[in-house]
Design a protein around this ligand. Structure first.
Ligand SMILES: Nc1nc2c(ncn2[C@@H]2O[C@H](COP(=O)(O)OP(=O)(O)OP(=O)(O)O)[C@@H](O)[C@H]2O)c(=O)[nH]1
Ligand SMILES: [Mg+2]
Length: 499
């Protein structure tokens, strides 16, 4: 452990690396309760994550022997101590004996938690000691460690929550923008400009090339606010570096961060490249963020709980949930395509114009003896042009084009929605009732299982059931919103044809 391993530039020599001894490092995970120390520990050693929270009451210790690429493919032994966030009896001093490095874990989604990082670092620095053998080797004594010899890394955990918050904000902004542009003509030019600016910014972002490891990193790239805050706190308090990670995501961020610290310990003069590596993780996050939305669009089936009766019911819901998502997305896309065609044929001034504007635009494009009417075809709305549309006439060709898009996109989608969504709602409502009934027998079913069922298992099962039911509810809401959207669109079209 830390005793045999020395610190500083000569670590390889003193640790006996050249005499085939493996340098070993003791690293402590320190920080407030609930910030995710145990989750980081579990991700690093078992690549697992658990949603439930059980406070750590006694220290957990795990060891791993790893081969690092630098220097000279060094093999190292890393022992990590997962410390309790709070303890009735304060045993910290004993945990901090002979530490080689410390990781202060904070909750990156909570500013106050990040602000406390310095206090935790101080705690490590004030209480770390080094074992000293006396000359006769029988007694041991402890001397205060030199704080500057213990690298302390700041780990901003739960970064997935920050990303989720950002994603929701982007969605909310987009939704507001859409509503605004539909209801307020005056704002059209403004939102167009904003869009243009966004597109330019996106284009600029695309141009950025992210490089990893020993390659040069573009330091001019703006980092997200939370990561900047982590870096500022790390700098102000003399941390060796800071990394934003998520113990929840199996994205390798926890491994990279800990490996970087170990590399730093192995050879201090590699400090710069190790820090660069941490910086790269932070930057990678920003890039990942851009893809979060795409990932979200991919259908994820409901989670299973290992109780067959319940899992069968969950499986049966998947088709309806997936279909709801597809219908919702399909209708939004169909409307977008229709507006885009109206825009490209100069019937409207912006592709974000309202449905009423599109219909108005088509009407204005028609010749005097032509008229646009809506026909109710068994509950579905068809657009028909009375009066012959001329062949090889540019305006008539434009009208034909947008009407074709209306029928092949909006009409087809709205038919599917009007046919399917009421059934989806009935089906999911029935399934949810059955799931709820099945849950009542859950304690009995679990007690009959062969393996031992702990409170933790039960909590987890309950958590998964709650999550699955929330997704079922969300799909039902989505189905009724989808029906509402079709109804609103039809109403808008009919109203604008009356003008
Ligand atoms: N969303 C999210 N939740 C996390 C993450 N890491 C941990 N959690 C959750 O946060 C809660 C606390 O996690 P723990 O790892 O037990 O926290 P701790 O710091 O060990 O807490 P103490 O042992 O009391 O000091 C649990 O419910 C975890 O599932 C993460 O990266 N993202
Ligand atoms: Mg813990």
């Amino acid at each position: 452990m830390g005793v045999s391993c020395s610190r500083g530039e000569d670590v390889l020599v003193l640790a006996g690396y050249h005499n085939n001894q493996v340098p070993s490092f003791k690293i402590v995970l320190v920080g407030d309760e609930k910030v995710g120390k145990t989750s980081i520990f579990m991700r690093y050693f078992k690549n697992q994550f658990d949603y439930s929270y059980r406070p750590t009451t006694t220290v957990s210790i795990e060891n791993v022997v790893k081969k690092l690429n630098v220097p000279e493919h060094a093999v190292v032994s890393v022992t990590i101590w997962d410390l309790p966030g709070t303890e009735e009896v304060d045993l910290r001093k004993s945990y901090y004996k002979d530490v080689d490095a410390a990781i202060i874990v904070v909750d990156a989604s909570d500013r106050e938690s990040v602000e406390l990082a310095g206090t935790w670092k101080q705690d490590v620095c004030n209480h770390s000691t080094i074992t000293q053998n006396t000359t006769n080797n029988t007694d041991v004594s402890y001397i205060k460690a030199d704080p500057s010899s213990i690298p302390v890394l700041l780990l901003g955990n739960k970064y997935d929550l920050v990303e989720e918050r950002e994603r929701l904000e982007i969605e909310r902004n987009e939704k507001n923008e859409d509503e605004e542009s539909q209801s307020n003509d005056k704002n059209q030019t403004e939102s167009e400009e904003r869009k243009k600016q966004e597109e330019e910014e996106e284009e600029e972002e695309e141009k950025q090339v992210w490089r990893y490891e020993d390659q040069q990193i573009d330091k001019t790239e703006p980092v997200p606010e939370e990561i900047q805050f982590l870096q500022d706190i790390a700098e102000q308090n003399g941390f060796v570096g800071s990394v934003a990670v998520s113990a929840k995501d199996p994205d390798g961020s926890v491994h990279i961060a800990i490996q970087a610290l170990v590399r730093h310990l192995l050879e201090r003069n590699l400090k710069d490249s190790a820090i660069k590596r941490m910086h790269a993780v932070n930057i990678k996050r920003k890039k990942r963020n851009k893809n979060v939305k795409d990932e979200q669009n991919e259908f994820q089936p409901l989670k299973t709980v290992g109780v067959k009766e319940l899992d069968d019911l969950f499986m049966e819901c998947n088709g309806a949930i997936r279909l709801t998502g597809q219908l919702t997305e399909g209708f939004t896309e169909a409307v977008k395509k229709f507006k885009k065609d109206c825009y490209s044929t100069d019937m409207i001034d912006t592709h974000k114009a309202s449905m009423e504007d599109c219909i108005g635009g088509i009407k204005q494009t028609l010749l005097e003896d032509q008229e646009l009417v809506a026909i109710d075809d068994g509950g579905f709305l068809q657009l028909v042009c009375k009066g012959k549309l001329l062949d090889e006439d540019e305006k008539s060709e434009d009208v034909k084009k947008v009407m074709l898009t209306f029928h092949s996109e909006i009409l087809v989608c709205s038919k599917a929605i009007l046919n399917q969504c009421p059934n989806i709602d009935t089906h999911l409502s029935k399934m949810d009732g059955m799931i709820l009934n099945q849950c009542k027998t859950l304690p009995d079913v679990l007690s009959q299982q062969e393996q031992v069922v702990t409170t933790r298992n039960i909590d987890h099962v309950q958590y998964v059931i709650d999550n699955n039911r929330a997704r079922i509810k969300h799909a039902r809401n989505q189905a009724s919103e989808c029906l509402q959207s079709v109804d609103n669109t039809y109403k808008k079209i009919k109203a604008s044809l009356l003008w």
